[in-house]
Design a protein around this ligand. Structure first.
Ligand SMILES: Cc1cc2nc3c(=O)[nH]c(=O)nc-3n(C[C@H](O)[C@H](O)[C@H](O)COP(=O)(O)OP(=O)(O)OC[C@H]3O[C@@H](n4cnc5c(N)ncnc54)[C@H](O)[C@@H]3O)c2cc1C
Length: 354
């Protein structure tokens, strides 16, 4: 098992790559490979691309239930984000941030510029997916849960839950969170599986509430506030979707992200009771005189593998058998880490495929 490809390794026969997972890391890897002429086939079990950057469409509103916004540190990622901004699928947000504590709401500013997808977080991954799909050598198959691999003389074959077989491929990249990647690697790569085992994940409940009317104004808080962070034992962040660029016309619609400790302790709870507890926690942050508008809809989504318990120090992993791993967990826990992980794995495969 190797953390990166050694100079001595020649992958002169990397002509086709299967990528399991069409989240940010899988898409970034696919884009690197496909734009350099490698045949790429992405598979995702979900109905759309995006993974933990997906958004939930409800009849009256669209809500981001995974990443709410992301930061930029790396220059190459900054250049990519500038491209996305120019394409109209990314915008700067949030700017009106608060911290709620026992002494009330205070403005919260860490001087970091943040971005979000426009008009929803999944617009970024949708843009990447559309760009990939436009290439003749790339394909994306959704609603396809890969359950295992086989290695044949012609290369790797993927089996899905409906019994279909895909391939053969020279290389298989797994961009699923490590516990899901480990399940796929079982029997093939004990060293890669052990690397996944070493990356335990935290769960996170993400609630949402849609109100009939806007929340009433609060003293000393701008009426168009975007986010509020809190030390409440249940709730860590409330984020107003209708203040995000492109969603100004939807009703008051708030994502409620739970504390990780609370989420881990309640990961098997039912979503109705979690949603009620997240809403109660949010209401407890509001001044007593604030009258809550009627709730149109309330719900909660469980992310069983939301983020790694500890930051990683690698970018991707690779085995000479033609199996590779990428994803945010190998580098950190953020959108930028996911993009860098997939992009750098793609570059490494290309360098050695010529
Ligand atoms: C609640 C929450 C809040 C967050 N907040 C922030 C934030 O503020 N800032 C920030 O930068 N980041 C944040 N993140 C993290 C960010 O969303 C992730 O770092 C990033 O989206 C991870 O991308 P990825 O491609 O590595 O993994 P994922 O997005 O998890 O993609 C993996 C994909 O693999 C697919 N898959 C898995 N197994 C299979 C299989 N067997 N067959 C087919 N498909 C499969 C999944 O459906 C998924 O689409 C947050 C995440 C969550 C959950």
């Amino acid at each position: 098992m190797l953390e990166s490809l050694p100079e001595s390794l020649t992958l002169s026969d990397v002509h086709s790559v299967a990528i399991i997972g069409a989240g940010m890391s899988g898409l970034a890897c696919g884009q690197q490979l496909a734009t350099q002429g490698v045949k790429v086939a992405l598979f995702d079990k979900a109905r759309g691309p995006g993974g933990r950057m997906s958004s939930k469409r409800r009849p009256s509103a669209t809500l981001d239930l995974g990443a709410q916004a992301f930061t930029v540190r790396n220059q190459r990622f900054a250049n990519k984000v500038a491209e996305w901004q120019a394409a109209g699928c990314v915008a700067s947000w949030p700017t009106a941030c608060y911290q709620a504590s026992a002494s009330g709401w205070q403005t919260h500013n860490d001087d970091k510029l943040r971005y979000t997808g426009a008009p929803r977080m999944s617009a970024v991954t949708r843009h990447l997916a559309d760009t990939l799909n436009a290439l003749p050598n790339a394909s994306m198959t959704l609603e396809t849960h890969i359950t295992r691999f086989d290695k044949t003389a012609a290369g790797w074959q993927l089996h899905d839950s409906r019994g279909s077989i895909h391939g053969p491929f020279d290389v298989v990249v797994i961009s699923a969170p490590p516990p899901q990647a480990k399940a796929l690697l079982a029997g093939w790569e004990p060293t890669l599986a052990a690397a996944c085992e070493a990356k335990p994940q935290r769960g996170c409940w993400a609630g949402w509430v849609i109100f009939e009317e806007p929340l009433p104004p609060m003293a000393k808080v701008v009426s168009a506030w975007h986010t509020v962070h809190t030390q409440h034992p249940v709730l860590r962040l409330a984020s107003r979707n209708h203040t995000k660029p492109g969603r100004e016309h939807q009703p008051e619609s708030i994502s409620l992200l739970a504390q990780l400790d609370w989420s881990d302790a309640h990961i098997e709870s039912d979503s109705e009771s979690v949603a009620q507890q997240l809403l109660a926690a949010f209401v407890s942050l509001l001044p007593d005189d604030v009258e809550l508008p009627s709730v149109i809809e309330l719900g909660a989504h469980r992310w069983r593998y939301a983020q790694p318990a500890q930051a990683g120090h690698q970018t991707y992993l690779y085995s000479t058998s033609g199996l590779a791993l990428c994803g945010d967990s190998f580098k950190g826990s953020r959108v930028e880490d996911a993009w860098l992980s997939g992009d750098e794995l793609g570059q490494a495969l290309i360098v050695r495929s010529v």
